[in-house]
Design a protein around this ligand. Structure first.
Ligand SMILES: [Zn+2]
Length: 107
């Protein structure tokens, strides 16, 4: 039930089972992180530092810049996706209309 998580191309991609699944240059809308002073940070991802899995939640640490306040730096662990039955499912990181799939609660 484990998946192979890797960071490729000097932090440009998170690879799940040898497939590039999560790219930089995405905008992540992240509430309540210590990254900056915003209640809701809009972070442009510039690179991934680490990727790991906590239970079923795939998490990554990344560096980037909040386009709301201009703060840049590295984040703590942020959820990237979920492992369900050995398969990776993207989380809705931009806060828009949710695609199919279960609504994440507190883990
Ligand atoms: Zn900010």
């Amino acid at each position: 039930m484990s998946v192979a998580l890797r960071i490729l191309d000097d932090g440009a991609w998170v690879s799940v089972d040898d497939t590039r699944r999560v790219a930089v240059s995405e905008l992540w809308r992240v509430p309540g992180v210590e990254f900056c002073r915003c209640d809701l940070a809009d972070i442009v991802v510039e690179g991934f530092l680490e990727v790991g899995v906590d239970g079923r939640t795939v998490e990554a640490r990344l560096y980037g810049q909040c386009i709301v306040c201009g703060e840049s730096g590295t984040t703590g662990w942020l959820p990237v996706g979920r492992i369900v039955d050995g398969e990776f499912y993207d989380l809705d990181r931009e806060g828009g209309a949710a695609p199919t799939g279960p609504t994440p609660e507190n883990g």
